[in-house]
Design a protein around this ligand. Structure first.
Ligand code: UDX
Length: 448
């Protein structure tokens, strides 16, 4: 059994980054997707989305013939030892998880397995609610292959924890490998695969049930989202306390090694393709089981209100928003990406428009995606200066490095009335407050 022959189903963020990482360490990887355009694009060396280091690595592995993509599921299954399922698990309108892609890919793998004589390992890497691997993947594959899990094929659930912008590094330097296994043979084989991949740098490994592995991913994301909502709530209270500053409070908290400093940056809230979707899915999942998740609901509620703090601050600084020109610095859901999915900038801009403000926005990477969302309801600036010019108020929404270099003088020089809101705590509060109208998340009044 050659554990280094692998097929990866679903060439989105999770699947493509994982494929090229495996291939770069000598694995022979076949990527499978139903989207012919995407398959052609990747085979020609282009990536369907931007991710740091991905394009170079893709060029390398295509050149070495370790990676190729196809729409042919059967060929991929027959020519690999293990198939990783990396398809998307979007939300339904009620927030619950939509498993249609999981079902269809399980069916394709099942149909392909019918014609395979050798044992095959199936590994679910998509984020799925507890019970999905056993109740859906296993059953659908068994039905369409006519084979039996634990006898003819093995089954594992192996969640990923990669972040956009550092996905490649996150895979190579994973904190841990979680293996949920149907039986020990499946788990042993997946462990062998990771021993080949990581060599002497094998991360700590936890082997457990399929359900626990599925749950760990949700608990992980919910915990991180909770940490941010927690510090954002502390920030909101800080603003009412003379002499308080959330950045110092977070630093003090972070020195307690039981808490640590990561994911304690207060701001305008969390967004992206994972936290909102996964938290909603976990809440819907709990409710379906007749459990009311009070804390998880609160984590989400804090985050719904947090972006609107920027609008409230703008009202305090410049009073009426109607007819005022508001500059938005940063649109992507975080720096280092052009991704606008669930970006907090969307809620802020919509509220400003509702209040009658004229919005002008700039982002170093997300302008094209922003145009798809806002159309001609806002103005698009081609640079920071272009964005600030003649503005009545500037709101820093995404903490790109190039915004960190801005000084109070830059705002004074270009804006009509220099009023700045630091939604991500990147500006020096005393320096800015002394030179212009300034408000920041989690910053109370200065004590003299
Ligand atoms: C996240 C998880 O980190 C990752 O493990 C999971 O697999 C997918 O979801 P990602 O969505 O790429 O990754 O972004 P991340 O860097 O975690 O940031 C998420 C959001 O939280 C961003 O909007 C970011 O601005 C915000 N955030 C993060 C804060 O507001 N404060 C912080 O201290 C950290």
């Amino acid at each position: 059994m050659d554990v280094k022959k692998v097929s990866v189903f679903g060439l989105g963020y999770v699947g493509l980054t994982f494929s090229v990482c495996l291939a770069s360490r000598g694995f022979n990887v076949v990527g499978v997707d139903v989207d012919t355009v995407k398959v052609k694009l990747i085979n020609s060396g282009e990536t369907p989305f931007y991710e740091s280091k991905l394009k170079d690595l893709l060029t390398k592995v295509l050149g070495e013939n370790n990676f190729r993509c196809t729409i042919n599921a059967k060929e991929a299954v027959l020519n690999s030892f293990a198939s990783f399922i990396c398809v998307g698990t979007p939300s339904k309108p009620d927030g619950s998880i939509d498993l249609k892609y999981i079902r269809s890919v399980s069916r394709s793998i099942g149909v392909a397995l019918k014609d395979k004589d050798d044992y095959h390992l199936i590994v679910v890497r998509s984020t799925v609610t507890p019970g999905t691997t056993r109740n859906i993947v296993k059953r659908v594959v068994e039905r369409f292959s006519g084979k039996k899990c634990g006898v003819d094929f093995g089954l594992c659930m192996n969640p990923e924890f990669l972040r956009e912008g550092s996905a490649i590094n996150d895979i190579f330097n994973s904190d841990r490998v979680i293996i949920g296994e149907f039986d020990s043979e499946s788990g042993d084989l997946l462990k062998r695969l990771y021993v080949e991949f990581y060599g002497d740098d094998l991360p700590p490994m936890l082997r457990t049930t399929l359900e626990n592995a599925e749950f760990i991913k949700y608990a992980n994301n919910a915990f991180l989202a909770m940490k941010i909502s927690f510090i954002n709530e502390i920030a909101n209270i800080c603003e009412k306390v003379k002499g308080a500053d959330v950045t110092l409070i977070a630093r003090g908290l972070g020195l307690d090694h039981r808490i640590n400093h990561l994911f304690l940056n207060a701001g305008l809230g969390w967004g992206g393709s994972c936290f909102p979707k996964d938290l909603d899915a976990l809440i819907a999942f709990s409710k379906k089981l007749s459990y009311n998740p009070i804390l998880l609901d609160a984590v989400r509620r804090v985050n719904e209100l947090q972006p609107l703090r920027a609008v409230e601050m703008a009202k305090k600084l410049i009073r009426r928003l109607k007819g005022k020109r508001i500059a938005i610095l940063g649109l992507a859901f975080k720096p280092g990406t052009d991704d606008m999915r669930n970006a907090v900038s969307i809620g802020i801009i919509n509220k400003l428009i509702e209040e009658g403000a004229v919005v002008v926005a700039y982002d170093p990477a997300a302008m094209d995606n922003a145009k798809k969302i806002f159309g001609d309801s806002i103005e698009y600036a081609s640079s920071i200066v272009d964005c600030l010019r003649d503005a009545d108020c500037a709101i820093l929404v995404t903490e790109w490095d190039e915004f960190r270099e801005l000084t109070p003088e830059d705002f004074i020089k270009y804006m009509k009335t220099p009023a700045v809101i630091d939604g991500r705590r990147i500006f020096h509060p005393k320096e800015f407050s002394s030179k212009l109208k300034f408000a920041a998340i989690g910053l109370g009044k200065f004590v003299d």
